[in-house]
Design a protein around this ligand. Structure first.
Ligand SMILES: C[S@@+](CC[C@H](N)C(=O)[O-])C[C@H]1O[C@@H](n2cnc3c(N)ncnc32)[C@H](O)[C@@H]1O
Length: 348
């Protein structure tokens, strides 16, 4: 385990290795088919990415299929077939649908996103999630999130989105040029940074809160020249990710693990969907050091968990153990006060 502890986190900020230039990975007009499977088309290595940047080449295979993320049915995890606009982009969700050939279930897109929860399409059945998950579904909370709520995290040691991105780029170096899931994206601030950086072939912004996704959609709409063609919004439960196994290059989960009802189920899912060599990078608040000496901390935390339905804050050792238990290796982290950014890799 490598840990960099810093009271002034700017001292460990890393230079942007590839710069901020953007690149186009495909031309929608070059894709002639309307119905295609999202199978086995993913994965651009960093070498491919650099080539794509310099030659402006388009990552389209012989059949005209695009180098895309593999969206899968949340019930059987089989890849889904896309019915609709031939260009998978932010604007193509409305009016399109995803079909699971195995379950014979259709997932219709709404204006802002695809609903790939298992209960998508249920008419009478409704299900309440853990209180913390339901909290972020409240329209007012979703509205506030990127309008002041998230900025408060700086008090706990979070360096802020731009600096967090600079920090995580070092961890993501082995998977640059590949696809990335911004898991529990909230209002989608990191997913937008990822998309605009041009460092990834496709970005999926994923959250359980439809209102957070709606916020994200509106933020994107306000941006000029946003690369919508490489960007998809998906509603899904972190405990049941709608991606085929071993199909994802990178997963980012900003300020999220402490909000998940079962971090072990979530990290196990992340581990399942990542390909060998895939990188998981996350941030959260950490609770250790002097806090370890607080009497009854463990029972207190268990009590909090029962009330909130989330796991509250972990210690660095617990985070590392969690990643290891879920099959990830090479745990490493950077800390600043109660903030931690950690990364772990799916073994090759
Ligand atoms: C504190 S916000 C983090 C947002 C953003 N990633 C950031 O860095 O600011 C936590 C997010 O976790 C999401 N979340 C909570 N439970 C979830 C679940 N079961 N599945 C997916 N997302 C969930 C919430 O909707 C919320 O958007």
């Amino acid at each position: 385990m490598t840990t960099v502890t810093s009271t002034n986190i700017s001292s460990v900020f890393l230079p942007n290795q590839l710069g901020n230039s953007r690149c186009c990975f495909f031309k929608p007009s070059s894709i002639p088919i309307v119905k295609r499977k999202f199978a086995a088309k993913i994965h651009a290595s960093s070498t491919t990415f650099i080539e794509a940047k310099t030659t402006e080449s388009i990552l389209v295979d012989k059949e005209g299929s695009v180098n895309k993320i593999i969206l899968a049915c949340p019930i059987c995890f089989e890849p889904v077939t896309w019915l609709g606009d031939p260009c998978l982009s932010l604007d193509s969700a409305a009016g399109s649908s995803l079909q699971c050939e195995t379950c014979k279930k259709t997932y219709s897109g709404v204006q802002s996103h695809f609903d790939l929860t298992a209960t998508s399409g249920a008419k009478d059945y409704g299900e309440s999630m853990a209180p913390v998950t339901e909290f972020f579904r409240i329209p007012f909370i979703s509205f506030l999130y990127e309008r002041g709520y998230r900025q408060n995290f700086i008090r706990g040691g979070f360096p802020g989105p731009e600096k967090e991105f600079e920090l995580m780029k070092d961890y993501l170096k082995p998977v640059l040029g590949g696809n990335i899931i911004d898991a529990s994206c909230g209002g989608g601030m990191f997913s937008r940074i990822f998309a605009k950086s041009g460092l990834f072939s496709h970005v999926v912004a994923l959250d359980y809160s439809e209102n957070m996704l709606q916020q994200c959609y509106e933020f994107v709409k306000q941006e000029e020249n946003f690369p919508k063609e490489n960007y998809t919004l998906v509603r899904a439960d972190i405990s049941r990710l709608p991606f085929a196994s071993s199909s994802v290059d990178a997963v980012h989960a900003g300020a999220a693990i402490h909000c998940w009802p079962s971090p072990s189920t979530a990290v196990a899912e992340i581990s399942r969907v990542m390909r060998p060599g895939g990188v998981f990078v996350g941030t959260t608040y950490i609770l250790d050091g002097p806090y370890n000496f607080i009497p009854f901390l463990r029972p207190l935390r268990q009590c909090m968990m029962q009330v909130s339905g989330c796991c509250a804050f972990l210690s660095e050792g617990e985070l590392e153990d969690l990643c290891r238990a879920c099959g990830l290796v090479g745990f490493t982290c950077i800390r600043n006060s109660n903030f931690v950014m950690f990364a772990a890799t799916k073994p090759n």
